[in-house]
Design a protein around this ligand. Structure first.
Ligand code: 2AM
Length: 175
């Protein structure tokens, strides 16, 4: 039986992807880490791991029953986790809608047997990988915002030495 590496997440609008990539190039030297390509910038809501198509179908059905309001996400925080080597962008105060959506998806995943990290959910966009050495973070005077009106199931695809994320299905959040 085939298994795919999947996760539920939130993608970014294209213009915002471009703004973030430009900002990142200004703020971080090349040696700080490996930049995530614009189209791959995302927030993970629930990581599912390598799962069978059957399990994925069950989770897709459950995702389709979720009724949650759309929300605005404010990107006004950044940080560095040296151990996984991640430089990230996030929000100082995560909106309730985001936390509720992630909680629901993570609970459904756990009930379906997908291991969920006991660490508290910290929504973030990974900007740089392999950032294991100290990094000077930019002053926190930035602020982008966007409306999150849908979420998606993504597949992690590793090919030609790089990982890309492919949206398999999306579900709307309510107006
Ligand atoms: P990261 O960006 O902080 O590395 C695809 O791999 C997505 O799932 C990435 O956003 C990654 O987060 C996240 N991810 C990978 N492994 C994970 C895990 N064990 N628990 C939670 N999220 C994970």
């Amino acid at each position: 039986m085939s298994a795919r590496r999947l996760f539920f997440g939130i993608g970014l609008p294209k213009p915002l992807q471009q703004q973030l990539v430009r900002w990142r190039a200004e703020q971080f030297p090349e040696e700080a880490g490996r930049p995530v390509v614009a189209a791959s910038l995302h927030i993970t809501l629930a990581f599912l791991g390598e799962i069978s198509d059957e399990k994925a179908q069950g989770l897709q059905q459950l995702a389709g029953r979720i009724r949650q309001p759309a929300f605005t996400l404010h990107l006004d925080d950044a940080g560095h986790w040296p151990r996984p080597g991640v430089v990230w962008l996030g929000c100082r105060q995560a909106p309730r809608g985001l936390l509720q959506l992630a909680e629901m998806l993570r609970a459904q995943a756990a009930r379906s047997g997908c291991y969920q990290s006991p660490q508290p959910f910290h929504p973030h966009i990974t900007l740089l990988r392999n950032a294991t050495r100290p990094v000077a973070l930019p002053p926190r005077n930035f602020h982008w915002q966007f409306t999150v009106d849908h979420f998606s199931l993504y597949q992690s695809v590793f090919a030609q030495g790089r990982t890309r994320y492919r949206a398999l299905q999306s579900w709307p959040l309510q107006e």
